[in-house]
Design a protein around this ligand. Sequence first.
Ligand code: SAM
Ligand code: DTB
Ligand code: SF4
Length: 363
Amino acid sequence: MNQIQSLTPTTDADRRNAKPWTVDEVAALFELPFNDLMFRAQQVHREHFDANAVQLSTLLSIKTGGCEEDCKYCPQSAHFDTGLKAEKLLPLEEVLEAARAAKSSGATRFCMGAAWRSPKERHLEVIGEMVRSVKAMGLETCLTAGMLGEGQAEQLAEAGLDYYNHNLDTSPEFYGQIITTRTYQDRLDTLDRVRNVGLKVCSGGIVGMGETRRQRAGLLVQLANLQPYPESVPINNLVQVEGTPLAGTAALDPFEFVRTIAVARIVMPRAMVRLSAGREEMPESLQAMCFLAGANSMFYGDKLLTTNNPQAEADRQLLARLGMRCDTEAGLSQKTEAKINLRAQAPAASDAKAGADNCQHCH
Ligand code: SAM
Ligand code: DTB
Ligand code: SF4
């Protein structure tokens, strides 16, 4: 059981939903009894992935704070006073040092984040150098640096960037209450540019901002109906930062967060669904439930961009306790066979051992 049959990454054709999802259909998934939803999500997850493997990405803020956008959740917006000190773009050597540390603690992808509305030409040259050098260490690279203009995605692709992260953040209906300085269409346009030059798309959103369940469904519909849907889908739980307008928002029911992961898994079966911001505030039991719901990637390392993430050592212990393997290959091993045996299969002792032994960093 759980035999890894192929290391082939998904193709764009694999990630086209044959029929677009409607908000009603996705809202109906959210309405399922919790156990039924979890069961469906696990079926889908196990059809396409090894359910005991998780991919680890480490974040670094390469340009912090002072951002001209007004995203109401964000500690880095210059519109709000969160006490964060704005900094310039980090020098290359500092970025490479962080990438080396990420690799040696077991991350397979290094994600660089810049608090910009969009990057300037002079920045892209430096970032190109960062991408080339991080890749040369054997890490996958991801960048999130705001909207991309004409020719900028090409420049990043030429530098060898693997993924570009640009989140839709929420549903089109709720969006205007969260950000006014750029439109939903601006975000879709950037995703198009990224896709058109062959970069892999990382796009997801944030929950717990006061949106309704239907609006959470609306976000997932937007993502699932992209043609193709993203390779990578980060699901963030709002980290409430004092000074941002969303500080003090009623916390989301934790089961609703798990439901969001499960529905994301069902509507984007072959995407890597990343358990993203907000893990620091989650009990480990809840994180384990997110893996059961189909999350198969997470941010790993003591810090996200400006806020805390669980300590890497605590994560290594959590994965070990769950018998989960962190994947050291680029991308996650995919199962080619869609066979689910609904009767419980007693795991062979060798299977359990294979999972736990696989990652030299975690165990
Ligand atoms: N400035 C770029 C942009 O907005 O695309 C890149 C950096 S921005 C910080 C990346 C993403 O982090 C946002 O799209 C949002 O989804 C997430 N994020 C920012 N602040 C957050 C918070 N307080 N809680 C959860 N997610 C957050
Ligand atoms: C994403 O969706 N979440 C990450 C990454 N992409 C760039 C960022 C989370 C940021 C949380 C708040 C902070 O640390 O500043
Ligand atoms: Fe700027 Fe990105 Fe934060 Fe929005 S989310 S304020 S664009 S850093």
